[in-house]
Design a binder for this molecule. Sequence first.
Ligand SMILES: Nc1nc2c(c(=O)[nH]1)N[C@H]1C(S)=C(S)[C@@H](COP(=O)(O)OP(=O)(O)OC[C@H]3O[C@@H](n4cnc5c(N)ncnc54)[C@H](O)[C@@H]3O)O[C@H]1N2
Ligand code: MOO
Length: 654
Amino acid sequence: MRKVFRDVVTVDEARGLLFNHFSPRRKTEVVPLHLAAGRVLAKDVYALTDVPPFDRATMDGYAVRAEDTFEAEEDSPVTLKVVGTVEAGKRPELEVESGKAVEIATGAMMPKGANAVVMVEFTRRREDEIDIFKPVSPGENVMYAGSDVMAGELIAREGTELTHREIGVMAACGISEVEVYCRPKVAIISTGNELVKPGERLGEGKIYDVNSYSIAAAVEENGGEAILMGIARDNEEEMRSIIAKALREADIVITSGSTSAGAGDVMYRILDDFHPGVIVHGIAIKPGKPAVIAVSDSKPIFGLPGYPTSAMTVFEVIVAPIIRELAGRRESSGAKVRARLAIKVFSAEGRREYLPVNVVEGAEGYSAYPVSGSYSGAVTAFAFTDGFVEIPENVVMLEEGDEVEVKLFSHLKPADLMIIGSHCIGVDILLSLMRKKKPYTSKVVNVGSTGGILAVKRGEADIAGTHLLDESGVYNEPIVRRYGVRDAVLVKGYLREQGLIVAKGNPKSITGFEDLLREDVTFINRNRGSGTRILTDMYLREVAERKGLSFNELTASIKGYSIEAKTHTSVAVAVASGKADVGVGIRSVASQYGLDFIPLRSEEYDFLIRKDRLEKKAVRDFLECLTSEEFAKELERVVGLRVYERTREVIEID
Ligand SMILES: Nc1nc2c(c(=O)[nH]1)N[C@H]1C(S)=C(S)[C@@H](COP(=O)(O)OP(=O)(O)OC[C@H]3O[C@@H](n4cnc5c(N)ncnc54)[C@H](O)[C@@H]3O)O[C@H]1N2
Ligand code: MOO
């Protein structure tokens, strides 16, 4: 039997096992100051000189003895004799005695005897004399030597991540180079015959290499230096030699793909050829379980799973802390917030789960919206979320409303407009039109129509996009009322024309839902919970009634009823490729794929808005755009949807 996973270990055990064979040791190097931003200081830095190095004038004017000006008044000036000039960058040879003044420039060294500067605005020059109309006190408009930084003072501590702030101070002290921790060199290898470099042509069955780029970016963000080794084909020899090369060039090697149980997944076998070889194969983490950790002569090799989100999760949890340690960055970057879970979640028993979530602010604090469905193969799970919730190994379920801690990817950015609900490209078009007026920030969280209605009810969303058909045949309004939403309005949006999508020329002569029962007809269904599925089942219920069948009896005799496509496009693709004869979808995708379309009815996509948010400028502009001509045009052109006479009609929901 093929060896599947050796012993799956916990995250903490995996770390322990790795550190038995590898101890991160920081190295240091000296870099010129202008290249030091983002680097971490390896030594405390002290000032060697005073800043400023001498007492200097902070204004253009006249250096004087303050006592000489005490009598000055607007209508009775004091007159002093000007005995010379001091320029910036020169040592003054003059001395200011009582009754005398010296002309001085901002930044110039104070001449002996003077203890204040009268601003030029409060003087009047008359040949070699000046009248002074305002007294100055001792020290006025003078910055004393060492008052900014005193020689011997600590400027920045070891471990400081250098920014323009520290670098400016060091320059002021004349420091031209600093000792910083070396950035660990991290070699990155993607594996798989299906991978193609972005920018190249994508052949049949190929996908673009994601992991090389996301991992390289994450390496740099954590203070490492990424070295892209490219893509290794599924060929043991090629993989082994590219890993060996990487080990010569880098301190850490990261591969992705070829870790799990598939016949071509050979990473652990290859890594076991190094010495001491594989230390961990299988970590109790979700996503990321098939990860491999190996060591070659005390250099770690991380074999991350191929799925982009799985790879990034293992990177975050296991690899990033090591890179940070080596780069001298000890604190993790992410802030945390406490939030309530917006919906119930199930988690894998025995695995620590890192669940990506969106964080939304409501009247009662933050709510966390988990990404829906399976996400480890998705590339958007991290990109379009705010952070993640760590669910311990022994927890299998979290209830809606449970308090959780969200580790943020970066700082939470409050958005001008929060839209939660069923996602529609029409909303994206509206938002880009709005942004032409003002650079509004917005956040769109896709949780389906029902989730959106609840988010408005809880005060988390300004606007929810919804397209739910009630049994009465009316869209949205009855359902919103049934959920007990109050103090809101339902603004009618636009129409999506739904119909049967069939092959060009309708070769099977399909005319309606009854045809789905035919022996020679294969259907392609939509996923449960989608508006299109609800519509489909409504029509099928009518057919069942007419035929005197139960709903289940009817659907059991439809070929393909149990095959669920997730999007309109995949329905069209199934019909275009001949996998199915008919599906339900919108007109625009039918025409996009050159297919025939038999109209059924129009779906109404509406916006549920809390009344108290109608005051918000962003909400007003959003509604404004809804009736603009530009929107109508774009909507039709891009997605084949259309506005109609009810667009922006307001229904009170009290
Ligand atoms: N029979 C089983 N199958 C799988 C299991 C299992 O336990 N038994 N585990 C699943 C889990 S969980 C994960 S995670 C993945 C791990 O897969 P591998 O590490 O073996 O990776 P591949 O099979 O090479 O690729 C998986 C997936 O990711 C795509 N991929 C790979 N590299 C990249 C890249 N650089 N950029 C973008 N996408 C990439 C690849 O095309 C596959 O679609 O295995 C499950 N299967
Ligand atoms: O471990 Mo896989 O990474 O669950 O998706």
